[in-house]
Design a protein around this ligand. Sequence first.
Ligand SMILES: NC(=O)c1ccc[n+]([C@@H]2O[C@H](COP(=O)([O-])OP(=O)(O)OC[C@H]3O[C@@H](n4cnc5c(N)ncnc54)[C@H](OP(=O)(O)O)[C@@H]3O)[C@@H](O)[C@H]2O)c1
Length: 315
Amino acid sequence: MEAAGVFSGSGLFYWLGLLTVAYFVWRVLYHAVNGVRLWVLGDAHAVGPHLGAWAVITGATDGIGKAYTEELARRGMKVALISRSQEKLDQVASEIREKFKVETKTIVADFEDQGTVYDKIKEGLEGLEIGILVNNVGVSYTYPEYFLEITDLDKVIDRLININVLSVCRMTRLVLPRMLERSKGVIVNMSSFAGHKPFPFVTLYSATKAFVDFFSRGLSAEYKKHGVIVQSVQPYLVKTKMSRIRKVSFLVPTPETYVKYALNTVGLESQTSGYPSHSLLAWVSTNLPKWYRTKLMVDMCLKARAHNLRKLKEN
Ligand SMILES: NC(=O)c1ccc[n+]([C@@H]2O[C@H](COP(=O)([O-])OP(=O)(O)OC[C@H]3O[C@@H](n4cnc5c(N)ncnc54)[C@H](OP(=O)(O)O)[C@@H]3O)[C@@H](O)[C@H]2O)c1
């Protein structure tokens, strides 16, 4: 009799309703507990000199790269800074030596030029015990545009592939063998929210960042059991020259705040948004219907494109 009650029309709805509520309660609890684990507790000890004395950072003189450099120096690591301008490198390196009392090294390299740059970097890193490599350098185009209408398209294709994609592979190729010999090390690769889902009108940038994400997650699975952690970091907007956002807000942190949170997720997440509100945005974006998410992005980018074209005409 009782079994008949459970499977009767109203009984079935009762159990379906209960299961649905239990599922959502479980999801909310899971996200709450995971949020506390990542963003409140974090792991401030996963990255430090115990991995190896040196941290190597590409694109180290500005924005997110500079913030990683400072935070790693604050944790007592010696830092090797790589970017294009010796003057900027000297300035940032001297600030760091003064503030954190750690050794620094600078290497001038333009990742757009794939010719001799890696021989030069290899020479510069010779003999260093590298605990962490941050493949941060990355560029985009100045405003959202149809692929075929990007100014100097051939040059832009080479530029984005060389800087955003090739640098990550070649730098990893240089540093990973020694990490494996020592069975420890961390490689942090800067992807982007634009590498999480296809982002129209910054399509080429978005695709290079998807490459970085796939490359990182694949490597993570290959080398985790050999002691090397590889992490894909996918920020939304951060207040830097590249984002051209000048105001900090709930959704747009400074690079320093962003990196403080992101570094504490190393070892806890192999793919991370790096920051609490960015994690929330990623969750919302993942749960929106695909057609609606694409429409939102297309509308937003077309608006930004029109604004930029207007400004270009005025100047
Ligand atoms: N900012 C954001 O909202 C955001 C969001 C998602 C992902 N990201 C990713 O985060 C990373 C850092 O972005 P960011 O906003 O911090 O950039 P940024 O403020 O523009 O800084 C870029 C850094 O890279 C160096 N650099 C640029 N071109 C280079 C080249 N050809 N060779 C060597 N170094 C070069 C720059 O120094 P020099 O000019 O002196 O060489 C500078 O130190 C990028 O990979 C980006 O895709 C950023």
